[in-house]
Design a protein around this ligand. Structure first.
Ligand code: FAD
Length: 468
């Protein structure tokens, strides 16, 4: 049966701009970790005008639309629902512009440009976009999810580095906010509406980012700590002495790190016996080693701390940065190979991370001793990935256990520890119920007012920020 919307999209975007067959659609219908749906078709506009035309046509036909970047999001927000009526609007062909202003240290970039593509273009000029993570998202997707990375401690998240955006609103109006200024206090900073709001207020077609000079040197150490309090003491010591050049502080529990060596045979255990926590400390600087030798500075700082901390710091290894980062980046997939995994991306005030982690451990020990707590994460910014593992054969009803643990652990994080149920992955169908539970009613009402302006018919995205 012919579909009038598909035919009109073909006329507006050309044959390459519309994918209809199930084989062509399939990669747009399945999310990285969660989310599986069926699309009516996939529209692939190659310019802002084509994005506007796509949204105008969708509006005329009353079709709902989900924007999609590199589809690396982890909350099921980038894939269509199961109705078969939604349009996927992929930005992958809107990826031509990377316009660097080296003196301004800013870059104008199309929403569909991949992070790796941007960094390749910036490298010859001595710059990079320092929101750094283990996936390769598009810039528009990064704005929509306000991506944070492993170096957030030094560089901040996307919001911190975003100067301007161009967006197409739900009915096809184009809103150009391509500010390139760092200082501009002239009323409402409207671009913030589109940061971290998962594309429900508009489709990001271009962005102005501030970029950073590529560091000339890095130094990395792995520090063995006997518990969470020792980790916080270490963080305090490193920040006090080397805070200007500290770029990452990643914490890995023994339960999280152990499986890496079982599943990645090329990686070797750094310590004969894994300590309760192994902490990756990274320094980086644009200064040359002749001016400040980072590895020496790191060694001196950690050596002095080892003396002071007594038995709480068990060992310090300096160097082998590449290997230590490999361990960190392989945790998630290694844990997945071990059995049923339930992942949490939560944050609490960082001084409360040890108490929070202990409270989760106590809950599991008392009520579900068959569940293993494998925690790791960006303790420098209060983020922790609590991954819970169990063998399917040990649990009668895994789905019921997932529901119970999500509810209790998110309550613990948000209500008892003043934290967040989604530290960096944003909001999507995967955690919509918890957005509904924890978001202030006034904030939902405000989203309703903003949504009325940006997307009057409420057809963008699969998330309901306005509430029910
Ligand atoms: C291995 C791995 C490691 C990760 N590590 C981190 C990490 O350290 N920190 C972190 O924050 N995240 C991390 N993530 C999550 C993910 O990479 C980020 O959320 C990413 O920014 C999503 O970008 P994307 O282009 O893939 O967007 P998608 O997944 O395609 O979409 C995500 C959301 O943004 C919307 N969207 C996409 N493009 C646009 C657009 N142009 N305009 C409007 N809305 C749009 C979608 O509708 C959806 O709601 C990781 C993911 C993986 C798989």
């Amino acid at each position: 049966m012919s579909d009038a919307l598909v035919e009109e999209l073909r006329r507006a975007l050309g044959e390459r701009g519309v994918l209809v067959s199930p084989a062509d659609r399939v990669r747009f219908e399945t999310g990285w970790r969660y989310g599986k749906g069926v699309a009516r078709c996939v529209a692939r506009p190659a310019s802002t005008a084509e994005v506007a035309a796509t949204l105008q046509l969708a509006a005329r036909h009353g079709a709902r639309v989900v924007a999609q970047g590199a589809n690396s999001g982890l909350v099921a927000a980038s894939t269509p629902d199961l109705s078969g009526t939604m349009l996927v609007l992929s930005l992958e062909r809107l990826n031509q512009t990377i316009d660097l202003d080296p003196h301004g240290r800013t870059v104008l970039v199309d929403g569909g440009v991949l992070l790796s593509q941007l960094n390749e273009a910036l490298a010859p000029h001595g710059f990079w976009f320092p929101v750094d993570l283990g996936a390769d998202p598009q810039i528009g997707g990064m704005v929509a999810t306000n991506t944070g990375g492993t170096r957030l401690l030094k560089y901040g998240d996307v919001r911190h580095n975003l100067l301007g955006v161009e967006v197409v609103l739900g009915d096809g109006r184009v809103l150009s906010l391509l500010n390139t200024l760092r200082k501009n206090n002239t009323g409402l900073d409207a671009k913030q509406l589109f940061v971290g709001t998962t594309g429900v207020f508009g489709v990001v077609t271009r962005a102005v980012l501030q970029v950073a000079p590529v560091p000339k040197q890095r130094a990395v150490a792995l520090v063995a700590c006997d518990g969470g309090d020792a980790v916080l003491d270490l963080l305090r010591a490193v920040e006090a002495e080397l805070g200007d050049v500290l770029s990452a502080f990643e914490v890995m529990s023994a339960n999280a790190l152990g499986p890496v060596f079982a599943h990645q045979p090329n990686l070797r255990r750094p310590f004969a016996e894994l300590p309760p926590y192994s902490v990756l400390v990274e320094l980086s600087s644009t200064l040359p080693p002749a001016t400040l030798h980072l590895e020496n500075a790191l060694e001196a700082c950690l050596g002095a701390h080892l003396e002071r901390a007594g038995e709480h710091v068990l060992d310090v290894l300096v160097g082998k940065g590449e290997e230590f980062w490999q361990m960190r980046h392989h945790i998630s997939e290694s844990l997945r190979s071990e059995g049923k995994m339930l992942a949490f991306d939560v944050s609490v005030p960082r001084s409360r991370l040890p108490a929070f982690t202990a409270a989760v451990g106590k809950l599991l020990a008392e009520d579900h001793p068959q569940v293993r707590l494998c925690d790791y994460g960006h303790w420098g910014d209060g983020g922790t990935h609590l991954n819970l593992l169990w063998r399917e054969t040990d649990v009668a009803d895994s789905a019921a256990l997932v529901r119970e643990l999500q509810s209790r652990i998110y309550d613990l994080a948000v209500r008892d520890f003043a934290g967040s149920y989604s530290a960096e992955h944003g909001v999507g169908p995967h955690n919509q119920a918890f957005y509904d539970r924890y978001t202030d009613a006034q904030v939902k009402a405000l989203c309703g007012v903003l949504g009325q302006f940006c997307d009057p018919a409420g057809r963008l995205g699969t998330v309901r920020l306005r509430g029910q």
